[in-house]
Design a protein around this ligand. Structure first.
Ligand SMILES: [Zn+2]
Length: 268
């Protein structure tokens, strides 16, 4: 069953699916078609961090030694974007092509894997798109305003450093790309190769003005290796699309972190 069909379920049926997605590892995954890859049991069982309770964001740093940056780091993400400084930032050069996506439900979010060859050049340095994924609600806030959805396009450079492009979504019209991604996403942990071509450029705002700052992964191990690009212009998402995501994933959001005197620049 496709993810989008969740919207036809109500009450306890939807709740049962939520619990399946979050709390158990399925022994079989009949929800999708024959391209389905078996659920990643080991990954789920070793992923002890979560977004609620004693494995939630306030406790990530103590869960494992390799997560210590989540507590000790002083350049953590996300942040509230405010008091920005206008700067002559070189525009990021995004060179993405359409591809047939592999769509993953990893228990924390929907992740879309990118093939090689999709790049962004930031300050003259090339980073390659690895995957993009979604958070409900937004992780970054703009002047303390939180949006219902945020997409993170994760790019990696040869030296291991990351550039993450963040796109915020405001509630309004449905987004066609999200309809396709939601519709193909497994309802439980697993992955599937889609039967359509996705143009990731359609998930970027037309206006490329953005904010920039240095930060971290917003999930464990919270490594402080990320150049963040947060676009100013928002895309739109419908209430139904938000509900379909939150039915499966709840709120997969790390609270905003202290900026600790970091500079947040904005393109002119
Ligand atoms: Zn993210």
């Amino acid at each position: 069953m496709g993810f989008a069909k969740l919207r036809y379920l109500t009450g306890l049926s939807a709740l049962a699916l939520t619990m399946t997605a979050c709390e158990t590892v399925p022994t079989s995954n009949k929800a999708v078609d024959n391209n389905q890859v078996a659920a990643s049991d080991n990954k789920h069982q070793s992923d002890k961090w979560s977004y609620i309770g004693e494995s939630g964001p306030n406790y990530w740093g103590g869960l494992r030694p390799e997560y210590s940056q989540c507590d000790a780091g002083d350049q953590q993400s996300p942040i509230n974007i405010a008091n920005t400084i206008a700067a002559d930032i070189s525009s990021s050069i995004i060179n993405w092509s359409p591809f047939i996506p592999t769509i993953v439900n990893n228990g924390h979010t929907i992740e879309v894997k990118s093939p090689t060859g999709n790049t962004v050049i930031l300050d003259g340095k090339s980073f390659e798109l690895v995957q993009f994924h979604f958070h409900h609600t937004s992780e970054h806030t703009i002047n303390d305003h939180q949006y219902p959805m945020e997409a993170h396009f994760v790019h990696k450079a040869d030296d291991g450093k990351l550039a993450v492009l963040a796109v915020l979504f405001a509630e309004d019209q449905a987004n066609q790309q999200l309809t396709e991604i939601w519709g193909a996403s497994p309802a439980v942990i697993g992955e599937i190769t889609a039967n359509f071509t996705l143009d990731p450029n359609q998930l970027l705002p037309v206006d490329r003005q953005h904010y920039r700052y240095q930060g971290s992964l917003t999930t464990p191990p919270c490594s402080q290796i990320v150049s963040w690009v947060v676009f100013k212009q928002k895309l739109t998402i419908s209430a139904k699309q938000i509900a379909a995501f939150s039915t499966v994933f709840g709120e997969n959001v790390r609270p905003v972190q202290n900026t600790n005197r970091r500079y947040i620049t904005r393109s002119r």
